[in-house]
Design a protein around this ligand. Structure first.
Ligand code: SAM
Ligand code: SF4
Ligand code: FES
Length: 356
């Protein structure tokens, strides 16, 4: 009996090794193989393979993207998010265009080469307002990324014309029934059309998912990973889902940090030269989450560059890191952390290699 169990363990382990071996050589896997990696308990082998591939393909540089959270108003009602329209407990704020430009200038002066503007879907910012903000920020010799949700083709076109380099729009999950349930005023189909339009317009495409959404299966996560490969994305952010008490989602104590890390590592193996952030949500669930992620396949960090006073109100989920810190503090804190693992801060804009 003992021998049989031993044989089974050997077969399972060698199965994982053969999958890792295949993906390191071919950067391709079918859904079943991805599922086996998601289910494996040999996490360390998966993580070190992803770290090796990261080093070979994108090197030791960590690209910093300054994140400016400029408005927490949102017309959407995503069930999981603290910024959702029907959350009455949140204190809403929005920055005036000049304040956003000033913050971006400050971030550029701190050495950031990319500015990310993120918000809820806030109708206050007309196409004209956002376009003007972008063209002003482009004077600071930086790349600009937008993360402001679903827009029409014409709006995406205007922002691209104004100089935006990248657009970040997570697909969240490719499970259609789950997506439509969690995003009552939205549809998976439209989200996919938005990503197609972003691609068509020549942006660098950033997408991603949350890991641990209620009702999400490993099978659907395997499909999400293949979806990123099919686009193909230039960047993908994988964040653990974190329960927010002021949302309709049922309370969970489960911590999805490790599973999110595995998804991220598999993505690195399949898409060796894309940009993959060590996400803020990972550090919210693990004190060293971003440094761990940087050693399991990630090569980007998005430090908060919003003024301290606003940070606590951009409460997508509770316990967010850096709430009481300043843009300057975060900029140098992250650089020191990066150096502590013998990595360095990227000196250029960190475009996805195929576009640079
Ligand atoms: N409104 C834009 C959008 O949805 O694309 C950008 C801002 S939104 C707050 C940014 C990301 O936050 C979403 O894409 C989602 O993945 C993430 N998010 C929302 N609620 C979350 C939660 N409870 N836990 C972890 N991440 C969450
Ligand atoms: Fe709005 Fe984005 Fe939050 Fe959905 S995830 S409620 S679109 S801010
Ligand atoms: Fe904000 Fe360290 S990155 S305090």
């Amino acid at each position: 009996m003992k021998i049989r169990i031993f044989d089974r363990i050997c077969a399972m382990t060698s199965g994982i090794y053969s999958i890792l071996d295949k993906v390191i050589k071919l950067h391709s896997l079918n859904e079943d193989d991805i599922l086996r990696l998601l289910k494996t308990e040999e996490n360390n082998n998966l993580f070190s393979a992803a770290d090796k591939v990261r080093k070979e393909h994108v090197g030791d540089e960590v690209h910093l993207r300054a994140l400016i959270e400029f408005s927490n108003y949102c017309k959407q009602n995503c069930l999981y998010c603290g910024l959702r329209r029907d959350n009455p407990k949140i204190t809403r704020y929005r920055l005036e265009p000049q304040e956003i430009i000033n913050l971006a200038k400050k971030a550029a002066d701190y050495g950031y080469k990319t500015i990310v503007l993120q918000s809820g879907e806030d109708l206050y910012y007309t196409v004209d307002k956002i376009s003007k903000i972008i063209s002003e920020i482009k004077n600071f010799d930086v790349a600009v990324a937008l993360s402001i949700g679903e827009k029409s083709f014409e709006e995406y076109k205007a922002y691209r014309r104004a100089g935006t380099d990248r657009y970040l729009l997570r697909i969240e999950t490719t499970d259609e029934a789950l997506y439509n349930k969690l995003n009552p005023s939205m549809s998976l189909q439209n989200r996919m059309i938005c990503l197609e339009n972003i691609k068509k317009l020549g942006y660098e495409v950033g997408s991603g998912i949350m890991v641990g959404l209620p009702g999400q299966t490993l099978e659907s996560i395997a499909k999400d990973i293949l979806y990123f490969k099919s686009i193909p994305v230039d960047m993908a952010g994988i964040g653990p889902f974190i329960y927010h008490p002021d949302t309709p989602i049922k309370k969970t104590e489960e911590n999805f940090f490790e599973l999110a890390l595995k998804v991220m590592a598999i993505l690195r193996l399949l898409m060796p030269d894309i940009n993959i952030p060590a996400t803020t949500a990972m550090e919210t669930l693990n004190l060293n989450g971003r440094l761990i992620a940087l050693q399991c396949g990630a090569n980007v960090v998005m430090p908060n560059a919003t003024e301290t006073a606003y940070r606590k109100h951009y409460e997508i989920y509770p316990g967010k890191i850096c709430i009481g810190d300043s843009p300057k503090h975060c900029r140098f804190c992250i650089e020191n952390k990066i150096k502590s693992i013998n990595r360095c801060v990227g000196e250029n804009r960190g475009y996805h290699r195929s576009n640079s």
